[in-house]
Design a protein around this ligand. Structure first.
Ligand code: SAM
Length: 340
């Protein structure tokens, strides 16, 4: 996968909390998910450095920043320019040093790693923010009629209209299957191509409904839910970014450093789970060998044997949290015993 921004061009904003006006931050409309669980797994301490890979509305960042204190540093990454604007407000009242990196997180982590940064914690809260969904004109929601956009980074050229109007039918069907686990991917892709050019989210919803049996449109949530998820993931290359970011995040942690990820569907959770399980593996010998001859040592200790999920109270208060899965691990050694 080719990253869209080059490290040398990554814009950063740095703030030192010398003059901190009093008062709380402006309320944001994104409720951070599994917030206390995330903070307790990361265990931030005064003076440490944290990298928040998905700043969003800064809900998690604010809680972590409170623990880092004046001598600590919180580095926030987000590829949505709207998040950069919210970061300005956050930085004005943050109790620690702050810095913003406006880039895809894989690219941002790579740039930070290139600077020699060794943060005590890196965390990621995947998917969309409520602000993105609620900004109807960005086309993330099937509930509003809007242009077919769905770009998280509005500087990116390629958008949902390009995908839907230019990709071959087979590629669209494959994306719907892979990123939406959509059962009627073939029929929906056929309708999309037949109805070109699609201009708005209502055009897409109509194509989805026409591409599936009538009975399938009822009883399983909105019929276009899976298609919208799939197109959004494809437009933003979300899984490629995650696959690229995981080793970056891990490599930059010192021994004792912690990594945590919140995922909202199995396509995001699976790579996180597999990556951490791989890092936590000791012996790599074939199972038929009676004793270990490889001497491979684990690099990670899992802090969550099973993913942490929200309790009923959180789900009641914030239904968006329903599908959240939180996993975390601590780095216990460099690979192959290399020194840090
Ligand atoms: C679920 S929200 C994060 C909410 C945040 N934790 C909070 O408490 O407000 C996800 C954010 O991550 C950003 N994002 C998603 N994928 C990204 C990527 N690959 N690189 C950079 N930012 C990304 C989105 O733009 C969005 O603002």
């Amino acid at each position: 996968m080719t990253m869209r921004l080059h490290a040398a061009r990554i814009p950063t904003i740095t703030h030192v909390p010398e003059q901190r006006p009093g008062g709380a931050l402006e309320p944001v409309s994104h409720e951070p998910v599994l917030a206390s669980e995330l903070v307790s797994l990361l265990a931030p301490e005064p003076g440490q450095t944290a990298v928040d890979c998905t700043f969003g509305g800064g809900g998690h960042a604010r809680l972590v920043a409170e623990q880092l204190g004046e001598e600590g540093t919180l580095i926030a990454i987000d590829r949505d320019p709207a998040a950069a604007a919210r970061f300005e407000e956050f930085a004005a009242t943050a109790p620690c040093r702050t810095r913003f990196v406006g880039a895809d997180f894989a690219e941002g982590l790579s740039a930070l790693h290139g600077e020699g940064l060794r943060p005590e914690m890196v965390y990621v809260d995947l998917g969309m923010s409520s602000m993105q969904v609620d900004a109807w004109e960005r086309g993330f929601s099937y509930s509003y009629d809007a242009p077919l956009d769905m770009r998280m980074d509005t500087r990116q050229e390629f958008d949902a209209a390009d995908l839907l109007n230019e990709w071959p039918e087979s590629r669209i069907a494959q994306a719907l299957r892979r990123f939406g686990e959509e059962r009627y991917a073939g029929g929906i892709a056929r309708e999309i191509v037949r109805r070109r050019p699609l201009r708005t989210t209502a055009d897409l919803v109509a194509a989805v409904k026409a591409g599936m049996p009538t009975a399938a449109q009822f009883g399983g949530g909105h019929p276009a839910k899976r298609t919208f998820q799939a197109i959004r993931i494809a437009v933003n290359e979300e899984l490629d970014s995650l696959e690229a970011a995981l080793p970056q995040a891990w490599e930059m942690l010192p021994v004792g450093g912690r990594f945590a990820a919140i995922a909202f569907h199995s396509l995001e959770d699976r790579p996180v789970k597999q990556f951490l399980a791989e890092k936590a593996r000791g012996c790599l010998c074939p199972p038929e060998l009676p004793i270990c001859v490889c001497g491979h040592e684990p690099e990670a200790e899992l802090l969550t044997r099973r993913a942490v999920a929200p309790g009923p109270e959180e789900i009641d208060a914030n239904p968006r949290s329903r599908s959240a899965h939180l996993r975390a691990a601590v780095k216990i050694a460099e690979p192959n015993g290399a020194s840090a």
